[in-house]
Design a protein around this ligand. Structure first.
Ligand SMILES: NC(=O)C1=CN([C@@H]2O[C@H](COP(=O)(O)OP(=O)(O)OC[C@H]3O[C@@H](n4cnc5c(N)ncnc54)[C@H](OP(=O)(O)O)[C@@H]3O)[C@@H](O)[C@H]2O)[C@@H](O)CC1
Ligand SMILES: Nc1ncnc2c1ncn2[C@@H]1O[C@H](COP(=O)(O)OP(=O)(O)O)[C@@H](O)[C@H]1O
Ligand SMILES: [K+]
Length: 478
């Protein structure tokens, strides 16, 4: 599991470790890791450290200190290093001494130095940043982001909110971020994540609590969670997933949800609704039923909503079932909050930002700007697990650590791919995974399937469904 911690927790761990180490040792560890990564980045762009022009953007805190000490290390290896000091009298004194002693200099022409640089280190602010960048810092951030240089953010891109991934004003756009001790939430959650580029973690020996503030499944976690049929398995033991989706107007949503469900590890898929012919045509293995969901026969988990239109009766009937229910798309509009809260079996909601905004009485843009607070709020208000879709997919449940999905591609933003995801997650629910595991495992496979199917080009939702088997294989092979 990859974990991220908020600033308060990082500070506490830092204090505890600092008390046991000689003064300045921690910053030296950080600077050494940062300089090594920078040397590697310079090497990757067919250059070398010796003779490279490096610019340090230096704020008045320890983030600037890290940049100065790393700059000193690069200067010792022959780089031409210039430091742009935001507040010369408050720059980290030891770091500045080290830089000057190694042959670096203080920039007197920041714009020219930035324009000539091959590598820029953003040490404007790190976890001590408060509010949007001040105007002088914002100006430097813009110069760096617009430059041709490779930009490395120190600890995090200056200007982003470390704990939530929000970006409220100007911020540095980095090609890579070298972060210390642990990931911070902003490095995993958009819109900040996009500004961080490739993230590299430097171990500085911090000891962090067992419970993280944010976590992301890795291949090994997914491999452990995915249900594999045992020797004595039969279709019922593997789980039956019921799909209440589709309408005369949107039969395709039913087909796509069933397509996802068939690849999710349940033993059988039952379809209930008016799109049975379309479903059977495409997937003859589906068990179809024309009456209400409650009369469909044995089902261990339901998916309700994709392409359902205004069929409130079908939603009400499914929500009355005493098994896990996933509510998506039209179902989200039709399911009363009080009904969801009153359910005793688990419920999983899978809105995209627009649907989440409607449920929260907020704007879509607000949800996209503040995904982490939004998904937490929605999970609390519904007393349910919520998977919030989009460029970053997040999964929250009351009392649980929020999960962020590490896979995916923007090629998934194609009509119907969410229907595939709901079928897939429903299937994993039917196979016995809890709502948080089913949602996060489904998002992981779905994202990986999208990447495998796309391979750098456009895809349709059916391609995503077909990619799930390859994604499953890849996840369990690791
Ligand atoms: N944690 C660890 O284990 C380790 C941490 N380490 C490093 O320390 C970093 C944290 O250092 P930190 O605490 O000195 O804070 P930092 O990020 O430099 O920011 C404070 C400065 O920024 C300024 N400032 C604030 N807001 C601003 C704004 N909006 N716009 C502009 N300026 C703004 C603020 O100015 P002031 O408000 O005081 O005028 C103050 O001068 C951490 O990210 C990591 O890099 C490693 O060395 C070792 C291990
Ligand atoms: N920019 C993006 N980057 C990554 N994934 C995305 C992006 N936009 C959408 N997705 C993913 O694509 C799927 C779209 O689902 P949804 O919005 O419900 O579409 P539909 O209703 O057409 O099926 C979700 O899994 C979502 O996370
Ligand atoms: K920074």
């Amino acid at each position: 599991m990859r974990t991220a911690f908020v600033v308060e927790t990082v500070r506490a761990a830092e204090r505890e470790l600092m008390a046991r180490l000689p003064e300045g040792a921690l910053m030296q560890r950080a600077a050494a890791g940062l300089a090594a990564a920078c040397a590697e980045f310079l090497g990757q762009s067919r250059g070398k450290v010796y003779g490279s022009r490096v610019v340090l953007l230096v704020g008045s805190g320890d983030n600037g200190g890290d940049a100065l000490y790393a700059g000193a290390r690069l200067a010792r290896r022959g780089a031409g290093v210039a430091a742009v000091l935001l507040a010369p009298e408050r720059a980290h004194a030891g770091g500045l001494r080290a830089l000057l002693a190694a042959g670096g200099r203080v920039s007197t022409a920041p714009e020219r130095d930035i324009a000539d640089a091959r590598l820029i280190l953003d040490g404007i602010v790190g976890i001590g940043g408060k509010g949007g960048l001040r105007p002088d810092a914002a100006r430097l951030a813009a110069l760096a982001s617009d430059s041709r240089a490779f930009v490395v953010a120190v600890d995090l891109p200056s200007g982003v909110e470390a704990d939530t991934g929000e970006v409220r004003g100007p911020a540095v756009r980095a090609d890579a971020t070298v972060t210390f001790g642990t990931y911070k939430p902003c490095l995993l959650v958009d819109p900040a994540r996009e500004l961080a580029g490739a993230v590299r973690l430097v171990d500085i020996g911090l000891e962090l609590p067992a419970a993280a503030d944010l976590e992301a499944l890795q291949y090994a976690d997914v491999a452990e969670l995915l249900p594999v049929p045992g020797a004595e398995s039969d279709k019922y033991r593997r789980g039956v997933v019921g799909i209440a989706a589709g309408s005369a107007r949107y039969p395709g949503a039913a087909v796509l949800a069933v397509a996802g469900a068939l690849r999710g590890g349940a033993g059988a898929v039952r379809y209930v609704g008016p799109a049975a012919d379309a479903v059977i045509d495409r997937f003859p293995e589906t068990l179809v039923h024309a009456g209400p969901p409650s009369k469909a026969g044995r089902v261990q988990a339901w998916v309700v909503g994709p392409g359902l239109g205004d069929d409130a009766d079908r939603v009400r009937d499914v929500l009355a079932a005493d098994v896990p229910v996933l509510i998506d798309a039209d179902g989200l509009r039709l399911a009363a909050r009080a009904t969801v809260r009153a359910r005793t079996a688990p419920t999983l909601l899978t809105p995209h930002a627009g649907e989440a905004a409607a449920l929260l009485g907020a704007d879509r843009a607000e949800v996209e700007a503040s995904r982490l607070p939004a998904v937490r709020r929605l999970a609390e208000s519904y007393g349910a697990t919520v998977l919030l879709k989009g460029s970053t997919t997040l999964i929250a449940a009351p009392g649980r650590v929020v999960r962020v999905n590490p896979t995916g591609t923007s090629w998934l933003a194609t009509a119907g791919s969410g229907d595939v995801l709901s079928g897939l997650a429903g299937s994993l629910l039917a196979a016995g995974l809890d709502t948080v595991d089913a949602a996060s495992t489904a998002a992981f496979l779905h994202g990986l399937a999208g990447r495998l199917a796309a391979w750098g080009g456009p895809i349709g939702a059916q391609d995503v469904a077909e990619g799930v088997r390859g994604a499953w294989r890849e996840a369990t092979r690791a």
